[in-house]
Design a protein around this ligand. Structure first.
Ligand code: MUC
Ligand code: MG
Length: 372
């Protein structure tokens, strides 16, 4: 008998962060994960996660909209359908619903987790096989305080946890931000690579001034300095400076990637499951980038362990990424809702090797942190 999808439950899970995480548009004291539990008629449960940053601060989906739109619109499209043909189920969601890529990503992840468990294969094997089992992981310094950030960076270096750092700037005046970044880079010297993420905070004129100063300070990568939809401006910046531009909010999926590449962008793309609607969509973008000679970077929306593991399975199938990954989401959280956390060591993280995502929920912790 054909296995079908029987039920889809969604939970909002609030976890405190280890310290306030300050971005240009919000400061996070907690992270809200949307967890999907998808049960199939063969008794297998697939897990998925859809997570964003700061409610509606980051993009058009909030944790509450992700949950509501799965419950109301997306889950009814899947329930009763055969479990195993993920391409058909993706097409069904795309045909009947627009946008909501984080919600779709959570569901696609749950489908892949279940299929992997069913076949006894890790998700990366379902995608053709892992080329890496240990992936580099950067850390974001975003305490809002220069000295605290420097101490945090040295601690991470000494622990052999991280040797690449991303600084979240754009909330303060340009000169203050540049001073903050330059002080951290000067303190770390050659021990670490330092990059910045503006999260769209500057206009192009400000970006020209700010990036020149950041380049002079030895910064290695400048992420999303100007608003997402200003593709022409981003391309001009990528041509003007030696320091490479990393497109994040500007590049959601393969179509954006193709437009940017065809219009002359050079630099790198931040890949995120949440932007591209799941593992297949993000790999389509990666392939466009590869064809265009644009560097890859494994990005996060600060997902917990389930979403982070899903991303790792996708990144593991790609050639080595020019800019590594930032899959540190679980390390920013005070606690976890899984029985065995991901293993971070030697400046990176291990790819889980058990079937599916390779992650098991801790039911007590889940109940404790779930809303309502
Ligand atoms: C982003 O825009 O890159 C990634 C790391 C971090 O601290 O925030 C995210 C979002
Ligand atoms: Mg970013």
């Amino acid at each position: 008998m054909t296995t079908v999808i029987e039920t889809i439950d969604t939970l909002l899970v609030d976890l405190p962060t280890i310290r306030p995480h300050k971005l240009s548009m919000t400061t996070m004291a907690r992270q809200t994960l949307v967890i999907v539990r998808m049960r199939h008629s063969d008794g297998i449960e697939g897990l998925g996660e859809g997570t964003t940053i700061g409610g509606l601060a980051y993009g058009p989906e909030s944790p509450e909209s992700i949950k509501r739109n799965i419950d109301t619109y997306l889950a009814p499209l899947l329930i009763g359908q055969p479990s195993g043909n993920i391409n058909t189920l993706r097409a069904r969601m795309a045909r009947h619903t627009r946008g909501n890529m984080i919600a779709k990503s959570a569901l696609e992840t749950a489908l892949l987790d279940a299929q992997g468990k069913r076949l006894g294969l890790p998700v990366s094997d379902l995608l053709g096989g892992a080329r890496h089992t240990h992936l580099p992981v950067l850390w974001t310094l975003a305490s809002g305080d220069t000295h605290k950030d420097i101490d945090e960076a040295f601690q991470r270096l000494d622990d052999r946890r991280h040797c690449d750092f991303k600084l979240k700037i754009g909330a303060n005046a340009v000169d203050d931000d540049v001073r903050h970044v330059a002080a951290i880079k000067a303190a770390l010297g050659d021990r670490a690579s330092v990059r910045v993420d503006l999260n769209q905070a500057w206009d192009e004129r400000t970006a020209v001034r700010g990036i020149q100063a950041l380049q002079d300070a030895g910064i290695e990568l400048v992420e999303q300095a100007i608003p997402a939809r200003e593709h022409a401006g981003l391309i001009r910046l990528s041509r003007r400076f030696n320091v490479p531009m990393l497109a994040d909010e500007s590049v959601q999926d393969a179509r954006d990637g193709l437009d940017l590449a065809c219009a002359g962008f050079s630099g790198a793309f931040a890949l995120k499951l949440a932007k591209s609607g799941g593992l297949y969509g993000v790999l389509e973008l990666a392939h466009v980038a590869q064809a265009a000679g644009i560097g890859l970077y494994g990005g996060t929306l600060l997902e917990g362990t389930i979403g982070t593991a899903a991303s790792l399975h996708a990144w593991a199938t790609l050639p080595e990424m020019a800019w590594g990954t930032e899959m540190f989401g679980p390390l920013l959280l005070e606690d976890d809702i899984v029985t065995a956390p991901l293993e971070y060591h030697e400046f990176g993280v291990d790819l889980p090797r058990l079937p599916g995502l390779g992650i098991t929920l801790d039911e007590d912790k889940l109940a404790h942190y779930s809303r309502g």
